[in-house]
Structures are given as structure tokens and as C-alpha cells.
Write a protein that binds this ligand. Structure first.
Ligand SMILES: Nc1ncnc2c1ncn2[C@@H]1O[C@H](COP(=O)(O)OP(=O)(O)OP(=O)(O)O)[C@@H](O)[C@H]1O
Ligand SMILES: [Mg+2]
Length: 273
């Protein structure tokens, strides 16, 4: 699955279906929403499998996937397209969203909460029964081709206190809320993704659970599945467990604060290998 940035859309069909471990019925919900031509929103903490779910799903369906990673510079033009000047010629270039709308592809807007409000407004008529894109600059209105699916995702914890999506936007989406997987399933992910044995994978997951427990009272952040996969990859290459956990889990969580790292290390030390 290709990642498409900015104004160079080049959607491709992935030939390999990336591994995705479901938590529950999310793949069925996703599939049914797509069949019903409804847009989908994925919410969940960092590294819990949102991007992986979409890559898996698009590959399984054989859908082309246009990807936009939202940031606070993402404008309407980054989504729908812009006029380009070549010498004396002015030509219109479709953006990734417009490509997907015309061709009936899947368009995935990652970190949608970062995207500017004015750019999100262009998504409203696309994300309801109209399924229509208004290209004001071009004076064109496009009805989305069959197969067009709008998928957005964001991490609600990160956006808390910063930007919030408006109700009129949020309520247009079939929403799939993901969380870190239960122990056995998360172990399976770490085993598969990192190439470690099941005991090692389970150890890393128990470390994560110890750190996640009580994160509410303690403050700070929960370790993600991604971190465990990274730690597992170092372990699979011969790094010892303590070093791998320090480098891939505690380091990023402590965010450079030594006092924090000491407290986290104590929690990890209590987990039996
Ligand atoms: N359910 C899952 N099935 C398979 N792999 C998973 C799953 N959840 C997490 N992973 C692993 O964790 C990594 C991170 O997942 P992913 O990139 O999908 O997170 P995300 O939710 O998109 O995070 P972010 O909000 O930071 O973008 C994946 O590359 C994969 O190795
Ligand atoms: Mg992601």
C-alpha cells in the first residue's frame, strides 16, 4: 500500500495483505459500513493498530488507497488539488481526495484532528448521503464513484485539550473505537510482528500491562503495542530484555525525565521474565 503525500497522488493496490489481529467485530463493522457506502472513523491511542487495520482492509478488498497524513498545514488544496503554473501554462492537479472520489478508491486521512477546519468542511458533503465533492476553485461538482470510501483516524488522548473535531463532523462517521488488545491477542501481535517466541512476547505484554495499570492515577502515558513490537525486534536480534525494554519502552515514555524513568523501572522489575 503506498503512502501518498501532498499533491502527488499515486494510489497503488497492495499485493500482500498485512497481518491484522482483530480485537472484536471491527473488520465486520468496517466491511459493512463500506458496503453501505458510509464513511468510517477509527479512534484509539497511538500504536494500537489503526493504520494497520486500514492497510489490511484495503489490501484484502484490493482497493487502491490514497493516504493523507494530516498536520496543521493541511489545507483544502492538499486534499482536493490546486492549480499549478508551468511556464505560462496553468493546469489543475487533482489532490488525493479528488483522485479517490473520481476513481472510486479508498481515501484515508490519518490524524484528521490536525487538519484545518476549512479543509474539513470540504469533507462534510462527501461524508453524508450526498457523497459529493465541491471543487469551488474548478467550478466542478463531482459525485463520488461507487467504491469511494472515506476513512479517517485520530488519537483522542492526544487531541484532548488541543483541537477537537466538531460534532457535525464526528457524527457523519461510523466509528470504530480501538484499544490496546487483551494480553493473549497482543502477545500474538508481538510474536508475529517481531519474530520472537510466545514467552518473550508475553513477557513484553506483561511489562506493558504493568505500566498501563494505574496510568490514570500516576499520570503519564500508556506504552503502545508498537513499542512492544520494537522491543521484540531488538530482542530477536540478540539484545537483552532489560536493554530492549529501556530503549524501546521506558525511554520514549519517560520523555527524558530521569525521575520518571526510575519509577517506571521499578514497575518493570516486578514483572517476571
Ligand atoms: N491489531 C494489530 N494487528 C497487527 N499488528 C498490530 C496491531 N496493533 C498494533 N500492531 C503493530 O503495532 C504497530 C503500530 O500500529 P499502527 O501503526 O497501526 O498504530 P496506529 O494506531 O496507527 O498509531 P498512531 O496513532 O500512532 O498512528 C503496527 O505496525 C503493528 O506492528
Ligand atoms: Mg497511524
Amino acid at each position: 500500500v503506498s503512502t501518498v503525500l501532498g499533491a502527488e497522488p499515486d494510489a497503488r493496490v497492495s499485493t500482500e495483505v498485512p497481518f491484522y489481529q482483530p480485537a472484536g467485530r471491527e473488520l465486520d463493522v468496517f466491511e459493512t459500513a463500506v458496503a453501505a457506502m458510509l464513511p468510517v472513523m477509527l479512534v484509539g491511542p497511538t500504536g494500537c493498530g489503526k493504520t494497520r487495520l486500514i492497510e489490511h482492509f484495503a489490501a484484502r478488498l484490493g482497493s487502491r488507497l490514497q493516504v493523507v497524513v494530516g498536520n496543521d498545514d493541511t489545507t483544502t488544496a492538499d486534499l482536493v488539488g490546486r492549480y499549478l503554473v508551468h511556464g505560462g501554462d496553468v493546469t489543475w492537479k487533482d489532490g488525493p481526495l479528488t483522485h479517490a472520489v473520481r476513481d472510486g478508491d479508498m481515501c484515508y486521512i490519518d490524524e484528521v484532528v490536525e487538519v484545518r477546519r476549512e479543509a474539513l468542511a470540504a469533507l462534510h458533503p462527501l461524508a453524508d448521503d450526498r457523497r459529493r465533492l465541491y471543487l469551488d476553485r474548478l467550478g466542478e461538482v463531482i459525485d463520488a464513484a461507487d467504491g469511494f470510501t472515506l476513512v479517517c483516524s485520530y488519537n483522542p488522548a492526544r487531541s484532548a485539550g488541543f483541537r477537537e473535531l466538531r460534532p457535525a463532523f464526528r457524527q457523519r462517521f461510523v466509528t470504530i473505537a480501538l484499544e490496546y488488545l487483551p494480553r493473549e491477542l497482543e502477545s500474538r501481535v508481538v510474536e508475529t510482528e517481531a519474530g520472537v517466541d510466545s514467552r518473550t512476547a508475553d513477557y513484553l505484554v506483561r511489562v506493558a500491562i504493568a505500566l498501563r495499570d494505574g496510568v490514570g492515577e500516576r499520570g503519564g502515558e500508556s506504552p503502545s503495542t508498537r513499542m512492544l513490537v520494537y522491543a521484540g525486534r531488538l530482542l530477536a536480534r540478540g539484545v537483552d530484555a532489560a536493554t530492549a525494554v529501556d530503549a524501546c519502552v521506558l525511554g520514549p515514555l519517560a520523555n527524558g525525565r530521569d525521575t520518571q524513568i526510575a519509577a517506571l523501572k521499578q514497575l518493570v522489575a516486578a514483572v517476571r521474565r
